[in-house]
Design a binder for this molecule. Structure first.
Ligand code: GTP
Ligand code: MG
Length: 197
């Protein structure tokens, strides 16, 4: 898939005000600072579409973007970063869960995890919750440029091992870097394939 048009539609703190769920939707979710907004900018070839920051907690609202006039891409606030105040964390996770539960048009949730880290229970528990609730998701291992190929392969194996303790098979997954464009084609192809079905 080629992205030829990416437009900001609206930001919401109230999921009821999000656009009518009349188009296929793909959302990016994960811990604060994992690189959700940067990845959105990378795959849409637009450095300024989603706001990014080196400080966690930058994205605070549900942000809808209309892609190629035919599907929605959604940037969400992050969950569970230690340096974000407790009440902010709670507000973000309420918003995230309400968002997921209110979008019948959600085709796939991309759960982003930092490829440098060992599996974190915040992420694996969240994915278990998605499984129980029948929400389709795939994983994106981000910031792959920050480690060697060898270390990346090791971390991936370790992640798979932990996932296979709760899952019969590894969910679809991608490896990305917003600095060098790694993963872009694979992620866009996956969207193209799933949007039709
Ligand atoms: P919140 O909105 O706070 O939840 O964060 P986010 O997940 O949207 O992260 P964001 O895209 O704002 O990126 C956080 C920081 O990580 C920024 O300083 C980015 O430049 C950096 N970053 C994101 N992706 C990558 C990547 O693939 N490689 C490298 N080296 N840095 C990245
Ligand atoms: Mg963000």
């Amino acid at each position: 898939m080629n992205i030829t048009a990416a437009e900001f539609v609206m930001s919401n703190s109230d999921v009821k005000k999000c656009p009518k769920p009349d188009k296929p939707e793909y959302a990016f979710i994960g811990r604060s600072n994992v690189g959700k907004s940067s990845l959105i900018n990378m795959i849409t070839n637009n450095k300024n579409l989603a706001k990014t920051s080196s400080k966690p907690g930058k994205t605070q609202l549900v942000n809808h973007f209309l892609i190629n006039k035919e599907w929605y891409l959604v940037d969400l606030p992050g969950y569970g970063f230690a340096k974000v105040a407790k009440n902010t964390k709670q507000r973000f996770s309420r918003l995230i869960f309400k968002y997921i539960e209110s979008r019948p048009n959600l085709v796939n949730l991309f759960v982003l995890v930092d490829s440098r880290h060992e599996p974190q229970s915040k992420d694996t528990e969240f994915m278990e919750w998605l499984g129980i609730n029948g929400i389709p998701f795939s994983i994106i291992f981000t910031k792959a440029d920050k480690l060697t190929k060898r270390k990346l392969a090791e971390n991936l194996e370790a992640y798979k091992k932990v996932m296979l303790e709760s899952w019969e098979e590894m969910p679809p997954y991608f490896i990305s870097s917003s600095s060098n464009g790694l993963g872009k084609d694979e992620i866009l192809n996956y969207i193209e394939e799933t949007i039709k079905t």
